[in-house]
Design a binder for this molecule. Structure first.
Ligand SMILES: Nc1ncnc2c1ncn2[C@@H]1O[C@H](COP(=O)(O)OP(=O)(O)OP(=O)(O)O)[C@@H](O)[C@H]1O
Length: 227
């Protein structure tokens, strides 16, 4: 579960400050895709960056499970981010020289040197995840050999390799056509249900509304409805 509790985030804007997130409280439950929508500039990505511990809010708290990540040091927050949060950005941000399997293995090895046994388990998990995103046969391919939709699937699998409780996804379909976009959204919903992740998914277009279990709308940094 992820909880944002009365979070406010401002950015400098000349000699003033602009409020990107304005007293937002939001809970993402395990096994639920919570969609966050709203107009351009309304603060969706800022909200996600705070949830990801990438930006510390001016005030308010972010809890991952029971851990208040806003009170952690930068290095403690990095550890939480690596182990408990998976992040998928608009562009898949894959490393060009690595195969699909290696993208996942590298993520699993970040920050520690795995034993032989751990490496073996990681390779198994990478294969299992690539299978679950429909890419078992493409595990040995590099990003340039994959389509946009396949690259986004690798990015989703990579985000799940450390078995995170929280999955944060920013506009996953923006580089995809409608059909591939729909397939990626359905996949995220299916993995959220199967793996019990608390998924927050930012999207400005609602043609894939069916793949969201819940939807909140942000306008001018505030959540305006909580259906
Ligand atoms: N690094 C930054 N420095 C200054 N202002 C910023 C920064 N990032 C975002 N903002 C401002 O904060 C507000 C919210 O931006 P944000 O990117 O979170 O909106 P968004 O809803 O994700 O927009 P979009 O749908 O266009 O991606 C905007 O007014 C934006 O200009």
């Amino acid at each position: 579960m992820i909880t944002l509790d009365d979070v406010t985030l401002t950015f400098p804007d000349g000699d003033q400050r602009i409020t990107a997130v304005d007293h937002v409280s939001l809970r993402g439950d395990a096994g639920v895709v919570t969609g966050i929508t709203g107009p351009s500039g309304s603060g969706k990505s800022s909200l996600l960056a705070v949830a990801a511990t990438l930006i510390r809010p001016d005030s308010g708290r972010v809890l991952i499970g029971d851990t208040d990540v806003t009170s952690l040091t930068r290095s403690q927050a990095t550890t939480v981010r690596r182990h408990r949060i998976g992040i998928v950005f608009q562009q898949s941000n894959l490393l060009p020289s690595l195969t699909a399997r290696e993208q996942l293995e590298v993520m699993g090895e970040l920050g520690h040197r795995p034993s032989h046994q751990q490496r073996k388990l990681l390779a198994e998990r990478a294969d299992e995840l690539l299978d679950s995103v429909g890419l078992a046969e493409h595990a040995g391919k590099r990003p340039a050999q994959l389509s946009g939709g396949q690259r986004q699937r690798v990015a989703i699998a990579r985000a799940l390799v450390n078995q995170p409780e929280v999955l944060l996804v920013d506009e996953p379909t923006s580089a995809l056509d409608q059909e591939r976009g729909a397939a990626v959204m359905t996949l995220i919903q299916q993995l959220t249900h199967e793996r019990d992740t608390a998924t927050l998914l930012v999207t400005h277009d609602l043609q894939h509304r069916a793949a969201l279990d819940r939807l909140v709308t942000v306008v001018d940094g505030r959540i305006i409805d909580h259906p």
